[in-house]
Design a binder for this molecule. Structure first.
Ligand SMILES: [Zn+2]
Length: 421
């Protein structure tokens, strides 16, 4: 037998022809292999991006003592992170502290300490609170971290080069505690609407970000991604305010030192929002973490929804960075129906919270008692009632019945079945 297609004694050109086809077939095989390989590679990349989940909490002010309010945000983020891990997703959970600002600087100086030294001493309090509450974050970022400083400067420079940052003069009513100026409309009888303290009239040279340029972009974003502002009942408020028109906002200060220097004018330091919000992006610039941007959800309290759904996307757009998928603002907690706060002296600290019935019951109570997004009311009696009724009696009873059945009939391991969406 001889090979089909090659006739003995046929003319030399047909050998050549056969040889050519053979080579061509090899080329085709190689080509198909390459295409298949590229396709699989893209598929893997796609699945990876589908299979990742990035959740953040706000960065907290380290000179607050961590209390119920902080715990609520962090527990919610932790539960989301765990739920996504159960679904076999690659999860990244970011939390941290906002180390800079006038308030930190003045408190440190009053205590005769350097700001960095002062802040360093406050961080363990937060880390230990999260440990006690079983919060498993992947990175604890601080705005004093070197990589953060670098990313903030890069983004400021990009926005500046795009013509979105310009020099001006800022004047207005300022609350040191909020580190924010208030407009006449927001002021309550000449006082800060949050701290109820008298406001200072300040005037200083400052760089501004051209937020006014982004009105149409933002309204389009809210339309295109209807879940960007969550929950839904807060969405319309933001849209209405943006439609009224946007004012450029101040991005730098010269009146204090404790912050990140502007790369294009070293006299100025970056003021709150450029320094703070960018932390979410910084954490994904680390090698191996790049795939986590854009964030799947920023969990925040409702007091900072404006900055996260208006300032933040406009800043990102200016710097040419992809938008996060969602900002979810939860409500506030009252304690025995009174507003919780440092000044009210009724803030529930972490040790007290977990001292009632343990960390798991505290976590359960906070997420169970109020729809996420609404305001909640805390009372020890309610926590104890849920612990006894729902955890000890109902869940405990279920476990004990199952255990009794196991004792009676024995137990066998079943095949591991993956959870499906
Ligand atoms: Zn204030």
């Amino acid at each position: 037998m001889h090979c089909p297609g090659i006739e003995p004694g046929s003319k030399p050109y047909s050998y050549l022809w056969e040889g050519f086809i053979l080579t061509d077939k090899l080329t085709m095989h190689a080509f198909y292999l390459l295409v298949t390989f590229l396709y699989l590679h893209l598929l893997v990349l796609f699945m990876k991006s589908k299979n990742k989940f990035y959740v953040t909490t706000p960065i907290y002010y380290p000179n607050d003592v961590p209390h119920l309010g902080h715990a609520y945000t962090s527990i919610a983020a932790d539960v989301l992170a765990r739920w996504n891990k159960v679904q076999n997703k690659d999860v990244f959970f970011l939390t941290g502290t906002d180390d800079h600002g006038k308030k930190i600087e003045s408190t440190a100086l009053a205590k005769g300490k350097k700001p960095k030294e002062f802040v360093d001493a406050l961080i363990p309090e937060f880390k230990s609170a999260w440990k006690k509450l079983n919060i498993e974050y992947d990175r604890f970022i601080r705005t004093t971290d070197k990589d953060h400083e670098k990313v903030v400067q890069e983004i400021l420079q990009k926005c500046y080069d795009n013509g979105d940052i310009y020099l001006g003069v800022y004047e207005g009513l300022y609350c040191t505690a909020c580190e924010a100026y208030y407009t006449e409309r927001e002021v309550l009888e000449g006082k800060c609407p949050i701290h109820h303290k008298a406001l200072e009239y300040l005037k200083e040279e400052s760089y501004f970000f051209k937020l006014s340029k982004y009105k149409k972009f933002l309204l389009d974003l809210y339309k295109k991604n209807s879940e960007f502002i969550s929950p839904k009942n807060r969405r319309q408020e933001i849209i209405n305010r943006v439609e009224e028109g946007l004012k450029d906002f101040s991005v730098s200060r010269t009146s204090f030192d404790w912050g990140i220097k502007l790369p294009f004018d070293k006299k100025h330091i970056a003021y709150v929002w450029f320094d703070a919000l960018i932390n979410y992006y910084t954490a994904t610039r680390e090698k191996g973490k790049e795939k986590f941007w854009p964030a799947d959800v920023h969990i925040i309290g409702k007091d900072i929804i404006w900055f996260h759904t208006v300032y933040w996307p406009a800043m990102l757009k200016s710097a040419g960075i992809e938008m996060p998928k969602k900002v979810f603002a939860h409500g506030w907690w009252t304690v025995h129906n009174e507003k919780m706060g440092k000044s009210a002296g009724n803030a529930i600290k972490i040790d007290k919270l977990i001292g009632i019935a343990g960390a798991d019951s505290a976590r359960y109570f906070l997420l169970r008692s109020t729809p996420f997004g609404d305001d909640g009311n805390f009372s020890e009696e309610d926590l104890v009632a849920r612990h006894n009724d729902e955890l000890a009696n109902k869940l405990g009873n279920l476990v004990s019945r199952v255990a009794a059945l196991i004792e009676k009939y024995g137990i066998e391991k079943t095949e591991n079945k993956l959870l499906k969406n």
